[in-house]
Design a protein around this ligand. Structure first.
Ligand code: UGA
Length: 435
């Protein structure tokens, strides 16, 4: 099938590359000139395991190309995906300017029947706005349908999540477009990856609800973590294990830690809270997810002050991991940002190491020293804080780490280490929701 995708960002790139891999002809449109020329050479602007290899192969086999020419791209395809960014305006409301500008372009260039598929994460009712915008800008009158097809892939796992999803959600309102979508997803849908057909507004809301529910589970555990810390042998990881075996609860997304980050959970939960508020509906449960998360990000600070003193002036603090989670270079809403800012306010000197996100981090912090590896990072440190659970931190020579440090204070923001073992080799070990 011939597919056009607007937006060569995270979702657009993964979607486009995967559809090309399945044998479709894909054109990806972006407004960023450099990005388009880099992508045509097979250079991707993000770090995502497996993406670059798959993209290069599909460029070589001429199933995918990148262009600035939106008009040609619209005319060339029957299925058009919108996968542009939907940033937060700051008050929880969602900025739809990129989505609606794509809708305008589609309207101006429509030359026959099109299915316009929204993959961007958008508030309830956006499909109607897109439909209106296309209609208002139509130069020639043509038939078109809208589909809401939210994306559930996780950064770091995106290639697998796209090809083997838990489900595919398709919001539709015409049989013709439904059939086209079912044809398009034929290579992916199977009994373990079923297509769920819904109305368009339901599909829009499924995306936010899904992210809010996952974020709720994390905040739920993070709110209970301090209670465990009051009891010598209570352990939030054991609680997660104990409840996770209940099939009604399940074991995923119950890991307490330094709070959730990224471009999705914080923004999407805020958008849902905003949507309820402007409709004069109660949003306290949804808002609480965010409030708990803000506190979770800095819960380590008083623990650090307990050990190093109120004022951290002259103290060297090492940070392991900057990205919002492992396997990504994404720094958006990363808990590391808030922790580093707070520590710097208290006078601490920060040295950080991250395997992938240093370039992105440099745009955020100017007064951080970036170490080339985890060992150099802890040299002379009064404390090290593990912020992102990269695999590399699980397999370090911890005796060497201890000997390099000025004081052996280890703060584990992701509960990845065994407290007993770390204490045995001489660390003062602190984690979240356990002693
Ligand atoms: C999330 C959703 O998981 C995807 O399904 C969705 O498509 C995506 O948002 C989106 O809306 O685009 P992502 O932000 O890539 O994906 O990352 P996750 O792996 O879900 O992690 C989110 C945050 O929760 C991370 O900061 C992670 O460290 C944290 N987390 C996750 C916990 O603190 N505890 C857990 O048990 C799980």
């Amino acid at each position: 099938m011939k597919i056009t995708i607007f937006g060569a960002g995270y979702v657009g790139l993964v979607t486009g590359t995967s559809f090309a891999e399945l044998g479709n002809d894909v054109i990806l449109v972006d407004i960023d000139e450099k990005r388009v020329s880099d992508l045509n050479q097979g250079t991707i602007p993000i770090y995502e395991p497996g993406l670059e290899e798959m993209l290069k192969r599909n460029i070589e086999e001429k199933r995918i190309s990148f262009t600035l020419d939106a008009s040609k791209a619209v005319k060339n395809s029957e299925i058009i995906f919108i996968a542009v960014g939907t940033p937060d305006k700051g008050d929880g409301s969602t900025d739809l300017k990129y989505v609606l500008s794509v809708a305008k372009t589609i309207g101006e260039n429509i030359n026959g029947y099109k299915v316009v598929v929204d993959k961007s994460t958008v508030p309830l009712g956006t499909a109607e706005k897109v439909r209106q915008t296309i209609k208002e800008n139509m130069a020639e009158k043509h038939e078109f349908d809208l589909i809401s097809n939210p994306e559930f892939l996780r950064e770091g796992m995106a290639m697998r999540d796209f090809m083997v999803p838990d489900r595919i959600v398709i919001g539709f309102d015409s049989e013709k477009s439904k059939n086209l979508m079912s044809e398009l997803y034929r290579g992916i849908s199977r009994p373990e990856s079923p297509i769920i057909y819904t109305s368009i507004p339901s599909a829009e809301l499924i995306k936010y609800t899904s992210n809010a529910m996952l974020a709720l589970r994390i905040s739920f555990m993070n709110q209970l973590a301090p209670l465990c810390e009051l009891h010598e042998s209570a352990d939030i990881k054991e609680i997660a294990l104990g409840i996770g075996y209940d099939k009604r609860i399940g074991s995923k997304f119950l890991q307490a830690g330094i709070g959730f980050g990224g471009s999705c959970f914080p923004k999407d939960v805020a958008s849902l809270a905003y949507e309820l508020k402007i409709n004069n509906l109660d949003n306290n449960l949804i808002q609480a997810i965010l409030d708990v998360n803000e506190k979770a990000k800095v819960a380590m600070i008083p623990k650090i002050q307990n050990v190093l003193g109120e004022n951290l002036k002259g103290k060297n603090i090492a940070i392991w991991g900057l990205a919002f989670k492992q396997r990504t270079d994404d720094m958006r809403e990363a808990p590391s940002i808030k922790i580093i800012e707070e520590l710097q306010k208290l006078g601490a000197k920060i040295t950080a190491y991250d395997p992938q996100s240093v370039e992105n981090a440099k745009k955020i912090f100017t007064n951080v020293i970036y170490a080339p590896d985890p060992y150099t990072c802890v040299k002379g440190a009064d404390a090290v804080i593990l912020v992102t659970e990269w695999g590399v931190f699980r397999n370090l020579d911890m005796l060497r780490v201890k000997n390099l440090m000025n004081k052996p204070n280890l703060f584990d923001g992701r509960n990845i280490y065994d407290p007993k073992k770390k204490r045995e080799i001489g660390f003062n070990y602190y984690s979240i929701g356990r002693n």
